[in-house]
Design a protein around this ligand. Sequence first.
Ligand code: ZN
Length: 159
Amino acid sequence: MSGTEAGADRPTTSDAERLAVALAEARAGRAEGGIPIGAALFAADGTLLGRGRNRRVQDGHPAMHGETSAFTAAGRQASYRGTTMVTTLSPCWFCSGLVRQFGISRLVVGESRTFVGGHDWLAEHGVEVVVLDDPGCVQMMTDFIAAHPALWNEDIGVD
Ligand SMILES: [Zn+2]
C-alpha cells in the first residue's frame, strides 16, 4: 500500500472519498483477472482500518469477498461501533451477515443496480445504509458481467 493514496494517511471526510478507496481496490482486482468488487472499513473518525478486494479468483479462496477481505485486513477490533463498511456493490448475504454479526454501524454501497444483496435487510436492522448509485461502479460491474458471465454466476452462487 502506498502512503500517498487517498485515505492512507489522514482520516477521510466524505463517503465519496471512502468509496474511492473501495473502487481503487475493485479496479486493482480487475487488473489481476479477478472479480471487480472492492471494500474498505473505516473507523468512526474516518481513519482507514482496512481495505481489500474480492480475491476468489486470485487466491482460490471461496470466502474472500471484497468485504471479508477488508474486514480481515483491519485485524481484530475490540468494537465495530461507529465503523463504516464501504463496498462498491450491494453486499451479498454472506457479507451482509458479517456487517450485522460484528455490529458495523454504517454501510456505504457504491451501487445496487447490477446486484441487490442484503442492504435493505441491514437498514431494517438498524444499520445506517447509504447507496451512492455511483456511475463508475455501475459501469465496472456491467462490463465485467457481460465479459465473464460464468465467473459472475459462480461468485453470487447461481448455477
Ligand atoms: Zn459478499
